[in-house]
Design a binder for this molecule. Structure first.
Ligand code: EPU
Length: 302
């Protein structure tokens, strides 16, 4: 979708919003898949209500893009514009056991920054690509921990109320890869309360998680992490592996040889290829095990 109305362009400038015309989502996502659209980069949180009112009154559909690391976007010209927060400097501030983090901050760098300030708890998330906002929305987790456990406060743009609000941790439910945020809520910043731990101890935990991840996941390849959620008490990766589906391909979309719940873009995979591979694996797992695997990856198709 292209924005060409000069009045809108002036309004964006006044709001401090940068228009990046014809952005390829293949360049903005870790899967390297996705069509093209205009991207609006937001410099100041306070401009969001005005920007969204402007888009709505001009009938311009939009979606919020975080780090693009858990996302499969459709091919071709996309029928919505993308909104993305610019990352402020600094993006993490520490006060005692509280880390105040901007949603656009990189998750891994945040874990390391907190560690250097002797704040631990998030070691498992090292190596999870993406932004803190994306991790928050999905309640990202690994190696027995999840980010939701540490959330004390979230500042967000509530689309339903059309305003910026602050929620306390107890007002939000964090479940396995699911939260009570509405799909159109936009995470802006978070206060995490983290346990004190000496840097060296945290570093040891980080090294262990890094090693586990390196030995079991295809880190150097284009992927969106795990494609399916684990069904209660079962492992999607193990089931797919047991069916002998590692290496199964549709075009350049391929079930990883290293971890069967990672589907990689081995070249120039399209969204159509990846969606066909997902459907094929889901159907085979259903036939063999009776489980209907639910997507863990977020899919945006027209
Ligand atoms: N397994 C296989 N074959 C495979 C993959 C896994 O047999 O190809 C077996 C493993 O040997 C293990 C079991 O399945 O016994 C579970 O595998 P793993 O420890 O790799 O964990 P997972 O359940 O597949 C989950 C998260 C990952 C997270 C890891 C580590 C989900 C969907 N996945 O994977 O998160 O990194 O645990 O805690 O919950 C993600 O969210 O994108 C993601 C990758």
């Amino acid at each position: 979708m292209r924005i060409e109305d000069p009045r809108l362009m002036t309004a964006f400038r006044e709001l401090g919003v940068e228009l990046r015309p014809g952005t390829s989502l293949a360049d903005e996502t870790s899967l390297g898949i996705g069509g093209t659209t205009d991207l609006l980069r937001i410099q100041k949180h306070d401009s969001i209500p005005g920007l969204l009112t402007l888009l709505d009154s001009n009938h311009i559909p939009h979606k919020f893009l975080g780090g693009g690391s858990n996302l499969l976007v459709g091919d071709g010209e996309l029928p919505w514009v993308m909104l993305q927060l610019a990352r402020p400097e600094p993006d993490v501030q520490i006060d005692g056991n509280i880390a105040s983090v901007d949603a656009a901050a990189d998750l891994g760098r945040t874990v390391t920054f907190c560690a250097k300030n002797d704040l631990g708890g998030m070691e498992g998330l090292i190596g999870v690509p993406g932004t803190v906002g994306g991790a928050l929305r999905m309640n990202a987790g690994a190696y027995g921990m999840q980010i939701g456990s540490y959330v004390r406060e979230v500042k967000l743009y509530r689309a339903a109320a059309r305003r910026i609000e602050t929620l306390h941790g107890e007002q939000i439910s964090f479940e396995y890869r699911h939260t009570s945020f509405a799909p159109d809520d936009m995470m802006l910043s978070v206060k995490l309360e983290l346990p004190s731990k000496p840097f060296r101890e945290i570093l040891q935990g980080i090294r262990i998680c890094n090693e586990k991840r390196r030995s079991s996941q295809p880190l150097g390849q284009k992927s969106a992490g795990c494609i399916f959620k684990n069904p209660p008490g079962a492992s999607a990766g193990r089931m797919i592996d047991e069916l002998g589906l590692k290496g199964l391909s549709v075009g350049d979309a391929r079930v990883s040889d290293r971890h069967a719940n990672f589907f990689v873009n081995a070249g120039k995979a399209s969204a159509k290829d990846m969606l066909a591979l997902i459907a094929s694996v889901r159907q085979r797992v259903h036939k063999a095990y009776g489980f209907d695997l639910e997507n863990e990856v977020v899919v945006w198709t027209a």
